[in-house]
Design a protein around this ligand. Structure first.
Ligand code: ATP
Length: 492
């Protein structure tokens, strides 16, 4: 018989103008991996922030190990045994790994901190979950995947009974994901529960015992994952059937719009060459760190190259900053929207129209109708969920922020559109919309660079795929040669 670890009943939470959660339930068993799924803005982050003590619910009750959990106090939740691993990790970069693991829980001997004891305990924890961590290394210098493991070990040092993971695989390579799964299996064996929030349904199917679905702030259902199909999950999340994930009707032209010749930058890229045609979707595959984003950033004027040439419509160009690239008809949806994308304190509407302000400001007056029509267009086509276009963008759910940035660059009517992981954190309904927008733009002659770590996505949207490895191009594949094996083979 399953033992209930956490039970949330009738939990509601409102923010000005939005009911983020409307009487939702969530029951997590001891030692289970419980998936939490739902579209962007469904309320997933809100409930996990309630469980982490960041927000206090407006109504409802939450019990943990049979006792009332209390609310709104982060320290209390940690002491009770709930830890959360956010997408942006919260480690102290200059501390050693074992110091981070034991942070807030430092062992003392006769009242004095004992580094030796801290290291011994950290080593014990690390062994328990079956991972190998460089305990003496400086944390900030390690890969994200390793840092994430440090976070998990830190949660264990606090004797957590429930570890909440918010999109934990979004910056991991396939191999690292496998490692994470192993760690999760080991946590289960020790009767520790995991609440796993993800938009990747394959992942949910593979790792979760049960799932809970939220839609528009409401509880839809909790079910066993076994025997549940991907389509059933999608239906439950979206409330309608989505069958055609990928629509490709565009046909690339033979008109070259971009040529990159032997592009290089010290420590980043070397000898990168490719061509891009009008109406073509050119995929870029490769492992994280292969140089795809760096290549995109050079094309968009965020860095200048040391070697090589960029030709747009046959003319040599060097972009010293993004506005020169924009003037040449290039737009880019960056990978890291927090650092490179949103203007956090401004409204979502402003965040969209920012790139095209010039078009509707005349004699220092804003043409409100024109501004509104652009905002409306992208609110509808990208299904952006916000209380109004004035809502401060940093208060939108992560996926909705991403959609707004996407809208911003579509509004520039680019000739070349660079998309760096455009669907990361985006729900399945909106993903489908984005794929059809990509197809539609290509049909209109826009040339698209599509950087994606999701192989099915890059294979199904692209006409050709450039595979990158260690900062250079390792293969260029035509559509008839696309296969996961070929891409992986050339990535490793
Ligand atoms: N601090 C806040 N102020 C105002 N509204 C907020 C705030 N936090 C969340 N919201 C709103 O609450 C709703 C639920 O957001 P939440 O972040 O919980 O969604 P989510 O399911 O995590 O979405 P995603 O998959 O995009 O991360 C959204 O409509 C969001 O705009």
């Amino acid at each position: 018989m399953a033992v209930v670890l956490l039970e949330a009943k009738g939990v509601s939470k409102s923010f000005p103008g939005v009911k983020a959660l409307d009487k939702v339930d969530l029951v997590i068993h001891e030692g289970e991996v419980h998936g939490l799924i739902g579209e962007n803005g469904a309320g997933k982050s809100t409930i996990i922030k309630i469980l982490a003590g960041v927000y206090t619910p407006d109504e409802g009750s939450i019990t943990f190990q049979g006792e009332n959990l209390g609310a709104g106090n982060i320290e209390n939740m940690l002491n009770r045994g709930i830890s959360i691993i956010y997408q942006e990790l919260c480690l102290v970069p200059y501390l050693k790994v074992y110091e981070n693991i034991m942070l807030g829980n430092e062992p003392c001997k006769r009242g004095i901190y004992s580094a030796k004891e801290a290291k011994r305990r950290a080593a014990q924890i690390v062994e328990k979950i079956g991972i190998d961590l460089p305990l003496e290394a400086e944390t900030g210098k390690l890969d994200i995947a390793v840092q994430q493991m440090v976070e998990i070990a830190k949660a264990l040092s606090r004797n957590s009974k429930l570890i909440i993971m918010d999109e934990p695989t979004s910056s991991l390579t396939n191999r690292e994901v496998e490692k994470l799964y192993k760690i999760i299996e080991n946590l289960k064996k020790q009767n520790i529960s995991v609440l796993f929030v993800s938009h990747k349904l394959e992942e949910i199917q593979e790792i979760c015992d049960r799932i809970t679905v939220f839609r528009d702030g409401q509880f839809i259902e909790t079910r066993d994952t076994k025997g549940l199909s991907r389509d059933e999950m999608v239906y439950s999340m979206v409330g309608r059937e989505i069958t055609n994930y990928y629509t490709t009707t565009h046909v690339p032209t033979k008109e070259k719009i971009l040529e990159v010749r032997n592009l290089g930058k010290k420590g980043m890229l070397r000898n990168v060459s490719f061509e891009l045609y009008k109406g073509e979707v050119l995929g870029f595959a490769g492992l994280i760190g292969a140089g795809r984003s760096e290549m995109a950033q050079i094309l968009f004027g965020l860095y200048t190259s040391d070697e090589g040439e960029i030709l747009v419509n046959g003319k040599k160009r060097v972009f010293h900053n993004p506005s020169e690239a924009v003037n040449a008809g290039i737009a880019m949806v960056p990978e890291n929207r927090k650092e490179q994308g949103i203007i956090p304190q401004m409204g979502v509407g402003y965040n969209i129209t920012l790139s095209v302000l010039k078009q509707f400001i005349k004699y220092a007056r804003v043409n409100k109708n024109r501004e509104k029509s652009i905002i409306d267009k992208y609110f509808t086509s990208l299904r952006i969920k916000a209380s109004s276009s004035e809502q401060i963008i940093s208060n939108l759910s992560g996926g909705n922020q991403q959609k707004a940035i996407f809208g911003r660059w579509l509004a520039t009517n680019p000739q070349i559109l660079i998309l760096d992981e455009p669907t990361r954190g985006i729900d399945i309904g909106a993903k489908t919309e984005i794929y059809s927008i990509i197809d539609e733009l290509a049909k209109q002659g826009v040339a698209i660079i599509m950087i994606s770590s999701e192989l099915p996505e890059v294979m199904n949207t692209s006409d050709r795929i450039v595979v990158m490895k260690h900062g250079t191009v390792s293969a260029t594949l035509n559509k008839e040669d696309f296969s996961q094996e070929k891409i992986m083979h050339n990535s490793l």
